[in-house]
Write a protein that binds this ligand. Structure first.
Ligand code: C6P
Length: 403
């Protein structure tokens, strides 16, 4: 059956032969999001917060309501605790830099996991290097779950931060956030969750996850590129020094010192990205109309189907936990064919997949591979995409068999 949502995505409508299986990298954008951004620029565009005139007031209102809408989507009752950033990478750098430099000192410990994306690995590694803290990497089980027993034995009185991903972008593992948070809390560590692959694919309720910070990107959840968020606990955000300095984030600027604006402005220096915030709010409306439980079950069904079909092919190896415990990615290798060759051959058939280390080199090293091929699904994907993937793989194998 043709996916009923596919028609909402102009790029897919204009490219009927395209099988876009790279939604974990970035999703396509529905018309409603493109229209909302255009509407903002056509009717309400001005620099918010600064102008005394009505148009600037309207821009301010659009920005404020976008924040409230996105906060509601991620289950944060206090919208002022949602800081708009450029995306997950900036959100995590913000915490590692602003909170980290103020709170982590020599001899402290920072724990990340072997599943983490470089965006939730390198900022912590660099913070540790800069202040003389120990940087520890929690190992995984054979099925690429975070090894919770190992994590329990690693935390201690010097553990200052436990950072981990909600969902792995490379192999799709869905991590037990509350359980990991409880382990971190048992030693009073800061709990930081990378939700780049969480918010787009599962219902997320920040207020009940028991984490201190949760980071996400708009472009992976039907929103525009260039916007994302960091949700944090109010008392921690208030105690934390700013990350960047400039307009909007100050209260008073004296010649010899300055004081800071209230949340969330303290962390949003410079002209805000209003149009993308408006687009992201429209993306939240779009996804809520489908229902995040439905998004999850739709993707799980496709992951299961793709995993079954691929596993039945000689030479294919699939990474990560069983399909029922994964979010919308299938990461695999094929004997004797490099993932980059697969992606190039698939492209000739209109099948877009990602090949490489998926910005997760520590994980690839542990899997013993330099790269995998990754197919990822979203609301507009359907069985015809899985069939195209399987056909493209058969063609690639036939081509390589001739060599
Ligand atoms: N993963 C992928 O193809 P940005 O680039 O800031 O929007 O998101 C970074 C990021 C952080 N954490 C996880 C778990 C992610 O998946 C990503 C982005 C893309 O898997 C690009 S590498």
């Amino acid at each position: 059956m043709i996916n009923p949502h596919r028609g909402d995505f102009p790029l897919l409508v204009k490219n009927p032969g395209l099988h876009y299986l790279d939604s974990a990298a970035t999703s396509q954008k529905p018309r409603a999001v493109l229209d909302a951004m255009r509407d903002y620029y056509e009717h309400d565009n001005a620099n918010p917060h600064r102008g005394a005139y009505a148009l600037s007031g309207r821009a301010t209102d659009r920005y404020l309501s976008a924040r409230e809408r996105v906060a509601r989507f991620v289950g944060a009752a206090d919208a002022d605790c949602l800081v708009f950033t450029r995306g997950t990478t900036e959100s995590l750098n913000l915490v590692a830099t602003a909170w980290g430099r103020a709170n982590v000192t020599e001899g402290d410990e920072i724990i990340v996991t072997a599943l983490d994306h470089h965006a939730n690995f390198v900022p912590w590694q660099q913070l540790a290097k800069g202040c003389g803290a120990r940087f520890l990497v929690c190992p995984l089980t054979n099925e690429q779950h975070i090894d919770l027993a190992a994590l329990r034995s690693m935390v201690g009185p010097r553990t200052k931060v436990v950072a981990f991903s909600h969902v792995s972008n490379a192999v799709g593992t869905v991590n037990p956030v509350r359980e990991i948070a409880a382990i971190a809390r048992s030693v009073g560590a800061l709990v930081v969750c990378d939700g780049a692959q969480g918010v787009p694919h599962l219902p997320v309720a920040f207020d009940s996850l028991d984490v201190d910070f949760y980071a996400f990107s708009g472009h992976k959840m039907c929103g525009p590129m260039g916007i994302g968020g960091l949700v944090g606990r109010r008392e921690i955000l208030e105690a934390m020094p700013p990350y960047q300095f400039g307009g909007d984030m100050i209260e008073f600027v004296r010649d010899d010192h300055s004081t800071w604006n209230v949340l969330p402005h303290k962390f949003e220096a410079g002209t805000p990205n209003v149009a993308d915030a408006v687009g992201l709010a429209a993306a939240c409306d779009y996804l809520d109309a489908i229902g995040m439980e439905n998004v999850l079950s739709h993707e799980r069904a496709l992951v299961r189907l793709a995993s079954e079909r691929l596993a039945a092919i000689d030479g294919v190896k699939i990474y990560g936990p069983p399909a029922a415990e994964r979010s919308g990615v299938v990461s695999f290798t094929v004997r004797d064919i490099h993932p980059h060759d697969l992606a190039t051959i698939f492209d000739e058939d209109g099948v877009c997949i990602r090949a490489g280390h998926h910005c997760a080199q520590p994980l690839m090293r542990r899997l013993g591979v330099a790269a995998t091929a990754r197919a990822s699904f979203y609301v507009y994907s359907d069985e015809s995409d899985v069939e195209a993937l399987v056909r493209a793989l058969a063609r690639a194998q036939a081509l390589f068999a001739q060599d």
